[in-house]
Design a protein. Structure first.
Length: 200
């Protein structure tokens, strides 16, 4: 099981998660979305020990916190917990507490915000269904330097993912279909991905 070394870098993690989503959705085969990733929900690292419920926590003699940190209830709406997860007046809190700062991560807050994780997922899924290259077509790896993944799918689709520490000049293309972050000056920033329309 993955154990982070020190506190998570949420800005870097979000940037990489957005790029990873575009990579996954551009590959052949099925795509799986796990609870909360479409909202950009981070691991909740500070759950009190008293609320931990994962059997791993008990079996390990309270040395391994288990997976509860990624099972916190989804925030749907509102400015405070339970963020629409439980109906008003339910009288019972969700089984795990939600962080106080999750109001901007609710479905309601992200809906219609073109820069949000949720709208990135919605756009990627819509394009994946509509674009003829993102069905059963084959994948062809393109030449790229170390730290950059680039592949094409017919007809006319290229995905580039920059895993390096330097900006990468984009290959010739006719348009940008979707990007995980701003694409400026014809280059792809580190930890970003882009879908391109190409000729041929």
């Amino acid at each position: 099981m993955y154990e982070p070394e020190g506190p998570l870098d949420l800005e870097l993690g979000t940037r990489r998660a957005r790029a990873a989503a575009l990579l996954m959705f551009s590959l052949p085969g099925g795509a799986y979305i796990y609870q909360g990733e479409e909202l950009g929900l981070p691991e909740v690292e500070d759950l009190p020990e008293a609320v931990l419920q994962d059997p791993v926590w008990e079996r390990s003699g309270h040395t391994n916190r288990g997976r509860d940190s990624c099972r916190v209830p989804i925030p749907w709406s509102g400015a405070t917990a339970p963020y629409g997860f439980s109906p008003d007046g339910a009288g019972a809190a969700p089984w795990l507490p939600q962080p106080a700062g999750w109001a901007p991560r609710t479905v309601a807050a992200q809906t219609g915000d073109e820069t949000s994780m949720l709208e990135l997922y919605r756009t990627a899924l819509r394009l994946r269904r509509a674009h003829p290259a993102l069905g059963d077509s084959s994948l062809t790896w393109l030449d790229a330097p170390e730290g950059v993944l680039a592949f094409g799918r017919d007809p006319g689709f290229v995905c580039v993912v920059n895993l390096s520490a330097e900006p990468y000049p984009l290959p010739d293309h006719t348009s940008v279909l979707l990007a995980s972050g701003p694409v400026e000056g014809g280059t792809l920033a580190p930890d970003q991905a882009v879908w391109l329309t190409v000729c041929g």
